[in-house]
Design a protein around this ligand. Structure first.
Ligand code: PEP
Ligand code: MG
Length: 567
């Protein structure tokens, strides 16, 4: 047999090769056409619900907080009166419980798949997962993948709870037939650092258990039964990746410091408490941005103060005494949360987003601030407000925080020291930085938005990708202004947008005098090597000359010779 190459979507970086374990959701035997009486079928259904509920609780006991959220979303779905109503109706009409569950779940999942919102579309997998668990429970089975040796798992679209039970140390990679870059398989693979390719059409039909599979999570390539040449290519890539990982591990505890002794703190961005732990494992010197949106997504109601408190406390504990900057809710823009009922807007990125939304929903804001301040006793907390456009926003947000603090102290809750800072991501805030600096402990420059608002280029529009230039001199001038204003007031400045993780971006930011760079943890080793190999004086000279240039191309040409350092 010759090899077969499939293309999919690159979902999690890295290469892997090994025997396949093909996960086909076993279809339980169809019950005999003569189902029990409706009352009997209803009783079976209710027993299956209780079993599914117990399984989910059991899984939650050994899950991390990210997985626990998925599990509790499933528990909520299991309590959904709409689902129960549909199933009961079908049972009354004479259907066996299995058929009733399948039909109700398919209707619900189909409805989600028809929506425009990619996030909600991908939640169809959760609904089907709950359905599968129920159908399995009806025939006395449980669901989930068990690995006995190292393997590449191939599946249609791995359900979240399949992956929660997986033995991580035996997992070489994931390939799925369906799914997208934000489906659970992808998110989980990235947070575990395991290579994954999703939407590899045809893989399920072509793959067999035990067949050798090679996958490249950077290129989105899957090779079934690779021939000798391909095997060699993959073996070499895996060996290189292993060496690189060893080198990264050995260097993880080295600080961000240039050869001429200038310190720049290298921190990690995180989207959940589990990712805080991951950032620490990659040698992050702190967490420069914990996006709190994770707590609000994929559910039907806002998280309670207690849930938020638990999650923030876990994030702080996971950072082992290092600073964690937790950003208050930033939804609106391209992030919708259906239960918040955000208005449909012509220009959502210029609309009721982040702080603007929090000011309109004081209860929502207050609950989050209470949870944050209560968590302050568990580590080194910094609170950061997003989308500050000027002094008025900053003062309003700080006043809300001060109110919450007074109330908590009056109730007898201990509150430890914390820092308060803002994201500088709107050009007006950058231009007014000297007025904002005296009233904050720090700035963190959000280049993702600062670039889009400065250049008037939608950050998510692929048509304009070539115009989206973080190293544009106009952006550099704003950043320079922010750094100077902060340092004039003895405040520190970080960068938590993607620019800090780009080699050319990191060098320019270093040269502009930024004190901290925060990035996806996977990017830390490369940037750490670059910083440790580049004399500050050289980066400074390039940054200063860049400020006088007129185009991003000229800037990139100037930086280019410095980039080969630290390879
Ligand atoms: C930014 O704008 O640079 C940023 C880090 O925030 P987000 O990407 O969440 O908007
Ligand atoms: Mg932003």
């Amino acid at each position: 047999m010759s090899e077969r190459v499939l293309r999919g979507v690159a979902a999690s970086a890295g290469v892997a090769m090994g025997p396949a374990v093909v996960y086909r959701e076993a279809q339980p035997d169809r019950p005999a056409a003569a189902a029990g009486t409706p009352a009997e079928e209803q009783a079976r259904y209710e027993a299956a619900c209780r079993q599914a509920e117990a399984e989910l609780s059991q899984l939650a006991e050994r899950a991390d907080s990210q997985s626990r959220e998925i599990l509790s979303a499933h528990q909520l779905m299991l309590q959904d009166p709409e689902l129960h109503g549909r199933v009961a109706q079908a049972i009354q009409a004479g259907q066996p419980a299995e058929e009733a569950v399948r039909a109700a779940v398919e209707q619900f999942a189909g409805m989600l798949e028809a929506l425009d919102d990619q996030y909600l579309r991908e939640r169809a997998a959760d609904v089907r997962d709950v359905g599968r668990r129920l159908v399995a429970a009806l025939s006395g089975r449980t669901v989930g993948i068990r690995l006995e040796r190292p393997a590449v798992v191939i599946a249609r679209d791995l359900a979240p709870t399949d992956t929660i039970g997986l033995e991580r140390s035996l997992l070489l990679g994931f390939v799925t037939e369906q799914g997208g870059p934000t489906s659970h398989t992808s998110i989980l693979a990235r947070s575990w650092g395991i290579p994954a390719v999703v939407a590899a059409h045809g893989v399920l039909e072509a793959a067999r258990d035990g067949m050798t599979v090679a996958l490249d999570g950077d290129a989105g390539e899957v090779v079934l039964e690779p021939d000798a040449g391909t095997r060699q290519r993959y073996e070499a890539a895996i060996a290189r990746a292993r060496q690189q990982a060893e080198r990264d591990r050995a260097e993880a505890s080295l600080p961000g410091e240039t050869p001429d002794g200038v310190r720049v703190e290298l921190a990690g961005n995180a989207g959940s408490p589990a990712e805080v732990a991951l950032a620490m494992a990659k040698g992050a010197e702190g967490v420069g941005l914990l996006r709190s949106e994770f707590l609000f997504m994929g559910r039907d109601t806002a998280p309670t103060e207690e849930e938020q408190y638990q999650a923030y406390a876990e994030a702080l504990r996971n950072a082992q005494g290092k600073r964690v900057i937790i950003r208050t809710l930033d939804v609106g823009g391209d992030k919708d949360i259906p239960y918040l009922g955000l208005p449909k807007e012509q220009n959502p990125f210029l609309g009721v987003r982040a702080l603007r939304l929090c000011f309109r929903r004081p209860e929502l804001f207050r609950t989050q601030l209470r949870a944050l301040l209560r968590a302050s006793v568990h580590g080194r907390l910094a609170i950061m407000f997003p989308m500050v456009s000027g002094l008025d926003d900053l003062r309003r947000a700080k006043a809300a925080l001060a109110d919450v603090r007074r109330a908590l102290e009056a109730e007898g809750h201990p509150v430890a020291d914390y820092e308060v800072g803002i994201m500088v991501e709107i050009p007006s805030a950058a231009l007014l930085a000297e007025h904002l600096a005296p009233e904050v402990d720090f700035f963190s420059i959000g280049t993702n938005d600062l670039v889009q608002y400065t250049l008037a280029v939608d950050r998510g529009n692929p048509e304009l990708a070539s115009m989206y230039q973080p190293c544009h001199p106009a952006v550099l001038r704003l950043i320079d202004r922010v750094v100077r204003a902060a340092h004039d007031h003895s405040k520190w400045v970080g960068v938590c947008g993607e620019m800090g993780g780009l080699p050319e971006g990191a060098l320019l930011l270093l040269g502009l005098g930024v004190d901290e760079l925060s990035m996806a943890p996977a990017l830390l080793p490369r940037i750490r090597r670059l910083v440790r190999a580049t004399p500050f004086a050289k980066a400074r000279a390039v940054a200063e000359r860049s400020l006088a240039l007129g185009t991003p191309e000229e800037v990139l040409t100037l930086v280019e010779p410095l980039l080969r350092r630290g390879e």
